[in-house]
Design a protein around this ligand. Sequence first.
Ligand code: DON
Length: 551
Amino acid sequence: MRLLFIFLCYLVSFQVTASENKQAAIASAHPLATQAGFEILNQGGNAFDAAIAVSAALAVVEPTGSGLGGGGFWLLHRASDGFQTMIDGRETAPNAAHRDMYLDNNGIVDKRLSLDGPLAAGIPGVPAALDHLSQNYGRLSLEQTLAPAIRYAKQGFKVSSHYQKLAGFRIDALKASIEAKATFLRNGQVPEINTLITQANLAHTLEQLAEHGRSGFYQGDVAQKLVSGVQQAGGIWTLQDLKNYQVKERQPITGTYKSYKITSAAPPSSGGIVLISILNQLEQLPLSKFDSVQRKHMIVETMRRAYFDRSRYMGDTDFITIPTTQLTSKYYAKSLAASIDQHQASNTQQLPLAGATKGEDTTHFSIIDKDGNRVAATLSINYPFGSAFVPAGTGVLLNDEMDDFSAQIGSANAYGLTGNHANAIEANKRPLSSMSPTFIENDNRLMIIGTPGGSRIITMVLLGILDFVDGKDAQTIVSRPRFHHQYLPNKIQLESIGFGTQEIEQLKQYGHEIKVLSRQYGNMQLIIQTETPHRLTAASDPRGEGLSLVQ
Ligand code: DON
């Protein structure tokens, strides 16, 4: 029966699912995670309970993207009173972390240290956030909402081609950790397609969380194993770091674009501020009057300006001050937009340029339940398979989110992002993120949107919003070719498919440097609801292997 369900899920996974009645919808990056969410809704859980089940299931069946050893942001909307909040379960730097911890004796950043192995790992936030969601917003117990994930961990999930590709990319780092190698590889090689990956230790850790709540992870037996595994392999976590981890509730960043209200991620994500800054600038420009190439040029220039502010000002607001009111004001956007030349690319200041962006990891899901409660959540362990390190006996794949800090001013991280003092490493600080779970709505239409994709997350969400405002449907929005600019490196990045030679030549004539990427990027999961006529649709990005369902 279960196999038949999964088979049917795969059959519909690339299609839009639509419904005329008041129903629930879930779009996630893995069919088993979407199924887990519906299992919980069918037991009487609300969207927040379903979000716990989906997050935990993804931690098991999509170890490339997120997990108990990572962090994330859950944007919530409660239907009964319209209350909106962002649950910040972002990782924190361990207490022994310091600004120069990734520099070698010559003062040069050693990239491997912030990407591979336990020194790259921040203190995880996902387990505490799931407990927080359950305590404050859910209807069911953690024992109920974590049950599907525990079952998947015991029974196993099947290796896909996506898994194979990412395991191949991270194979050296995975081989360096005994438990990661034993769990995710076979004889030190990428497993064959359909190989069953079972995770008994992870099932045990999830059971501890289900039984004892956050203390089942951050204290006691699991915490002991996490800390001793990390320390034995050269990491700096302590039991106190785990015990001290705090989930934060943040007021989301809000703004408007035309008739729509936008609600998106607050710091320590840069997502909401950058998104609102771009939209505010675009509102000043007669976008519909431009041809397709001019339109791209203008959008790129707004991206460049907003990402410049990202690198100058943004970091964890528990440690630094971001001029958020100014950066998201229409007045400020007017001056930014006025500096755009309609015929010529701007000069990006000459700062050290970044390397290529790699990887396809992290995860996003969108949920709406029958009552209208919503969740947009983007969760991450950063690089594919995170730091690739699993402390013995825990089954917990640790993140390498420390790479999202600026290891040094002007030096680029894995996504080519440069930063400033605002995002320097400090004990207990959260690294700056680009994850952008977002709601956009007016009286008639709502979209719940998000995607993985490192620094490109914000521009993908932006392009999705522009298409939504133009009236495009869910499947079109997740499928459209993507372009990106992030100030540095000073080039427009284009997906490998979807841009013609003539268009590229025309963009070059504006003075843009163009980089056509070797592949496509992103894995968008979105839901659209319209009031008149009442209609709920959901779509999963055809670039991934996700499943969207309306039931
Ligand atoms: O928080 C961030 O911005 C990154 N750690 C997200 C990484 C990501 O989306 C990777 N996916 N390709």
